[in-house]
Design a protein around this ligand. Structure first.
Ligand SMILES: C[S@@+](CC[C@H](N)C(=O)[O-])C[C@H]1O[C@@H](n2cnc3c(N)ncnc32)[C@H](O)[C@@H]1O
Length: 217
């Protein structure tokens, strides 16, 4: 952890820039605690946030099957898109209880559970036929260290569709991390996507991401 104790920080002012500037898991949790109830409006709608749709479509096109685990599920925007595409059995995990509470109220997930993807998730080995994630592999959030745990909970042959912020991809060494997973994953593709749509404004309006699509070997 860097800097003073985040518990003594003033209540964070939720914004995309504040999210990108985070430097510890404690501060991530504090930010989403403050942001959960307004996230879908002040962030997703205001920024014309496209990643959940891009991730769900990539998962579907790659032949993804349930049961699906949505990692860093937040308020449930990926599940909204998956349900539109006909997926039924979706579980969601996140380490922000407040974000998960918003997701729970949408009644889209079969199971919603607290979990830190940088540690061990409360699921058995080989539990999921697919793993999706939008907006969680980004600045100040989750790095490639989480990939082995996601592979642990996936069935052999499971399809993954994980968005990764393009700058974060380079800064955190996702390229070498995927090379280190050679033999454990197959069919890796990394299409580039725009994170936000045409209505987005501000310095991050044109930010790019990749959707890492692959299978567990
Ligand atoms: C930008 S939000 C994305 C939420 C949702 N997937 C979406 O696209 O709207 C990032 C989410 O990742 C979660 N998160 C960050 N670090 C995490 C970790 N180590 N384990 C689990 N969730 C984490 C945050 O709590 C937050 O809900």
């Amino acid at each position: 952890m860097t800097g003073p104790d985040p518990k003594s920080d003033p209540q964070p002012d939720p914004s995309l820039q504040a999210a990108y500037d985070l430097d510890s898991p404690e501060r991530v949790i504090r930010l989403y605690e403050a942001w959960a109830e307004s996230y879908d409006g002040t962030f997703a709608a205001a920024m014309d946030y496209q990643l959940p749709a891009r991730v769900a479509e990539a998962f579907d096109r790659a032949g993804g099957r349930g049961p699906v685990l949505d990692v860093g599920a937040g308020t449930g925007l990926v599940a909204e898109r998956l349900v539109e595409l006909g997926f039924g059995l979706v579980d969601g995990t996140d380490f922000s209880e407040e974000m998960l509470e918003v997701a729970r109220r949408k009644e889209l997930y079969q199971r919603v559970f607290h979990g830190d993807v940088m540690g061990r998730l409360d699921c058995p080995d080989d539990a999921y036929g697919g793993v999706v994630s939008a907006g969680t592999f980004t600045h100040g959030h989750v790095g490639p260290e989480a990939l082995p745990e996601l592979l642990r909970v996936a069935l052999p042959g499971a399809v993954f569709a994980l968005s990764i912020n393009a700058e974060h991809y380079e800064a955190k060494g996702f390229g070498p991390a995927f090379r280190d997973l050679e033999g454990q994953i197959t069919d890796l593709r990394l299409p580039e996507v725009k994170i936000y749509g045409q209505q987005a404004k501000g310095p991050h309006a044109n930010d790019l991401g990749r959707v890492a699509v692959f299978r567990k070997a």
